[in-house]
Design a protein around this ligand. Structure first.
Ligand code: ATP
Ligand code: MG
Length: 557
């Protein structure tokens, strides 16, 4: 597919604006509110706005990272730092273009004063309840309060006193004077400023009035000469108000707002409020818990940044509302890791095998390829001896014909080693197989099975003498139902009680030495990553990134 045919409607608008000369270049922005960690939905907005800047770099295009920190009550610097880290990790660079909306507080104030002078804004004396009651509804026009009749001088004075801290929270608000009968509720004399005696992470106690999002956002865009302000569909109804502020305030440029549909995933909640609740109530272990749909959670889970990018780009930019199957994301992760992740051996549910005739042809190490399709990734040598562990499910006492792994009197190959023949097994008091006895077939390392020996499979193993204990965390989806937001008794009831299993596993010795963040396939099991926080050389901790196959689609069908 050529770049041309791939263009979505936003990229088409931008290309036309560049061709027509309306704009010489394009400046976009990503404007997170620092009140939580970024999630996969934000990744879509990031890939769009930063992606457009990259694609148009030849014209001098840029994408600003702007913290929309106008509401001091929910914002924290921890979030600012995490957001920067996540944008960078996703592969984007804002260069010198890092901005904070709170740096424009004086400008917002000037714009408000300008609106008052034009007779387009007034200080409301009514309480918030009265304001709400007089707003009307879709079928009933609203009514203005007597405050709308304040003179310009009175409004200037009242607004200055609001700023000076003469009033309590909620006592006064500044409103735009637009149209109390507008069918668009956002135009019914919307609030511009409210009083909040709250400390701000950037401006400290300099302000006790703070601008509303709808007022501040277009001014931020204009101030930064944003050409195309890309946001999600819920802001479509706000666009007339956005344009009204641009028309009526002293702005240095005329940005255009364009909306696209949000990314929604099944089995996932994406609202920051709900994610915060999961963290605060300790339903998960922090914002970067590998089960969270946050960028930091996915990174810790072992999702490669490229997989996240190609997934969100693949969902496309449209105005259609839809829900994407989270299996599509998991599959993208699997495909990326299948190509790039080296193979290693680990046993999650070990049973011991004694190789009784080992001394007839002992080997010290087995050579095992690091990737089945990519010889360039080389081979590694793994110590092996007369006692090994294999996966419990690779042995059956009474196997059916189609089972090609180990069973009494059956043959199987040890990856990189001999073909072995099972000569017997022991059981413990509970009837569980406790020990398997086998014999190596001499001369079979790297060679086909001799005449008359039926050996159709190779299994993974870990040497008993040199294998290393590891904690392995098997993660599953955090929610057990497709639409947790619609769960009858609330989204918390939709939590999957089996979303985390910790198992004591045995891994090949090289895995004890890897760095945190090392990603690999545990052969025949799945993709795993050394945990960013808890893994230590000598004390390995691995997270399951994704299983080799999608177990949920089997459950469904
Ligand atoms: P949430 O609804 O999760 O609380 P938000 O929209 O309040 O998110 P912001 O920090 O304001 O969070 O978002 C920054 C940008 O990311 C906005 O432009 C917003 O439109 C975009 N964004 C947020 N969620 C999604 C999503 N699910 N899909 C695409 N873009 C999104
Ligand atoms: Mg928002």
């Amino acid at each position: 597919m050529s770049e041309e045919t791939k263009k979505d409607f936003i990229r088409e608008i931008i290309a036309e604006d560049l061709v027509s000369g309306k704009h010489a270049t394009t400046i976009t922005r990503f404007p997170p509110e620092p009140n939580g960690y970024l999630h996969i939905g934000h990744a879509k907005a990031i890939c769009l706005s930063f992606g457009i800047a990259q694609e148009n770099a030849g014209t001098g295009a840029k994408c600003h990272l702007r913290f929309d920190d106008t509401n001091p009550s929910k914002e924290e610097t921890e979030y600012v730092e995490s957001i920067k880290e996540d944008v960078k990790w996703l592969g984007f660079d804002w260069g010198d273009n890092l901005f904070f909306a709170s740096d424009y507080f004086e400008y917002f104030y000037e714009c408000a004063v300008d609106l008052i002078k034009k007779g387009l804004a007034y200080v409301e004396d009514d309480s918030l309840e009265e304001v709400r009651a007089k707003r009307g509804d879709v079928n009933t026009p609203g009514t203005r309060s007597a405050s709308a009749e304040h003179s310009v001088e009175e409004n200037l004075d009242l607004f200055a006193r609001m700023r000076a801290g003469e009033y309590q929270n909620g006592e006064k608000i500044l409103r735009a004077k637009i149209d109390m009968a507008s069918p668009n509720m956002h135009l019914r004399d919307p609030v511009l400023y409210r009083i909040m005696h709250t400390h701000h992470h950037n401006t400290g106690d300099a302000w006790c009035i703070y601008p509303m999002y709808d007022f501040a956002h277009p001014l931020e865009d204009a101030k930064e000469h944003i050409t195309h302000s890309l946001c999600t569909l819920e802001f479509e109804d706000h666009r007339p108000l956005y344009d009204w502020f641009i028309q009526n305030c002293p702005v240095p440029s005329t940005p255009r707002q364009i909306e696209f549909s949000r990314l929604n995933l099944n089995y996932t909640v994406m609202s920051k409020r709900k994610l915060l609740q999961l963290v605060q109530e300790k339903r998960v272990n922090g914002w970067d818990d590998p089960r969270m749909p946050t960028i930091s959670g996915m990174r810790r889970r072992g999702y490669p940044a490229e997989a996240i990018r190609s997934f969100v780009v693949g969902t496309g930019i449209t105005k259609y509302k839809g829900i994407t199957d989270v299996a599509v994301l998991e599959n993208e992760v699997r495909n990326h890791l299948n190509a790039s992740a080296p193979r290693r051996m680990a046993i999650l549910d070990p049973v011991k095998v004694v190789l009784e005739n080992w001394d007839e042809q002992p080997m010290e190490t087995a050579s095992v390829p690091n990737h089945p399709q990519n010889p360039e990734m080389g081979e590694r040598t793994i110590p092996i001896s007369n006692e090994i562990y294999i996966e419990r499910e690779d042995f059956m006492e009474d196997p059916p014909n189609k089972f090609f792994r180990l069973g009494p009197e059956r043959y199987v190959r040890l990856r990189g080693g001999h073909i072995i023949h099972c000569s017997g097994y022991d059981k413990d008091a509970d009837g569980q197989v406790s020990l398997i006895k086998a014999k190596i077939l001499l001369g079979t390392v790297g060679r086909d099975a001799p005449e008359g020996v039926k050996c159709k499979a190779a299994i993974h193993w870990v040497d008993a003498a040199t294998g290393v204990d590891a904690e392995v965390r098997l993660y599953d989806r955090l929610f057990k139902c497709e639409d947790p937001d619609k769960a009858q008794s609330g989204f918390l009831d939709a939590l999957n009680p089996d979303s985390l299993h910790r198992v004591k596993a045995l891994v090949e010795p090289s895995l004890a030495e890897v760095e945190a963040g090392f990603s690999c396939q545990f052969e025949r099991i799945g993709y795993f990553v050394a945990d960013a926080k808890d893994h230590q050389p000598g004390k390995p901790v691995f997270n399951r990134t994704v299983a080799l196959r999608d177990s949920w689609s089997k459950k469904g069908g």
